[in-house]
Design a protein. Structure first.
Length: 296
């Protein structure tokens, strides 16, 4: 009798365990699966300009939470006559955005001119302008950074960076980053529009994170004919092309837009300063027909 009862009890326990397992399986199967965070940019290959926007869409983040959206881009600039100059013209900094611009391979005599209503100068002696702070470090890096931009400082800015290059460096690098907090909806989604005017002509990495989930996408900005990647088509692009083909130090595949001619015909491989002058005159409207072999 005893062994029979024990066997019956074991059978009941096993049956209970099976039923419990079935309930758990049913519960797990019916529970919604968490979606991985995803970030997309539309369009992600575009010519920037006034009121030309890209849309950042995020899905799969924490519902009714906060997401940090960070953009970062590094551009390479040629050193000319021992000087490094990096420029960003008429770009927008929205309210509550944190901003940082770093220039590497430069001496500690860098001056950054910030245009907001008028030009302000920030350098090792004048180390701040409102929330913008100048810093330098022993690795030959100069920075201008800002915490969250208050609403009264939000708007359109230009920044011009000028300094002596380190040693015999042929390039200097400019890295620009910005951070903005956005809210997600009840489904963990968000949408953010960015004005492309004035931002560097390079490849951007854009990342969103809620502290647990994160995702990245890429944005490529280009302007046909903008060989120097400064966001403008002008005579300097023609000179930059000529210097590239002439093998001038600093004018290489890092500092000049892909193909060196950035939208010009491939047979521009024999561009001379005279060709550059001709093309420059065409780009500013002095000639209706561009020079032979350099058709934008």
């Amino acid at each position: 009798m005893t062994s029979k009862k024990k066997g019956h009890k074991k059978a009941m326990n096993a049956k209970g365990m099976i039923i419990t397992a079935m309930v758990l399986v049913a519960f797990v199967s019916s529970a919604p699966l968490a979606l991985a965070a995803e970030l997309t940019i539309e369009p992600n290959d575009i010519t920037p300009g006034p009121n030309v926007f890209v849309t950042i869409n995020g899905t799969g983040f924490a519902p009714d939470g906060s997401v940090t959206v960070r953009t970062i881009v590094t551009c390479y600039k040629p050193v000319s006559d021992g000087k490094c100059q990096c420029t960003m013209n008429d770009f927008e900094i929205p309210a509550n955005t944190s901003f940082k611009l770093s220039v590497r391979k430069v001496e500690d005599n860098v001056t950054m001119y910030i245009k907001w209503l008028k030009w302000w100068e920030v350098n090792p002696d004048t180390t701040s302008f409102f929330t913008f702070i100048y810093t330098g470090d022993p690795s030959f890096t100069s920075n201008v950074s800002s915490g969250e931009i208050p609403p009264f400082l939000a708007g359109t800015y230009s920044i011009d960076v000028v300094g002596d290059a380190v040693g015999n460096e042929e390039n200097c690098t400019m890295t620009t980053s910005a951070e903005l907090e956005v809210d997600t909806d009840a489904n963990g989604n968000f949408t953010l529009d960015i004005n492309t005017q004035g931002i560097p002509i390079c490849n951007f990495t854009i990342t969103a994170t809620d502290g647990v989930n994160s995702s990245s996408d890429y944005l490529n900005l280009f302007i046909l004919g903008d060989a120097s990647k400064d966001g403008q088509r002008n005579a300097y692009d023609c000179v930059a092309i000529a210097r590239y083909w002439g093998g001038v130090p600093g004018y290489d595949n890092n500092t000049i837009a892909p193909g060196a001619a950035a939208g010009l015909a491939p047979d521009c491989s024999l561009v001379t300063l005279e060709d550059a002058r001709c093309l420059a005159e065409h780009l500013i409207g002095m000639h209706g027909i561009p020079c032979a072999g350099c058709i934008p």
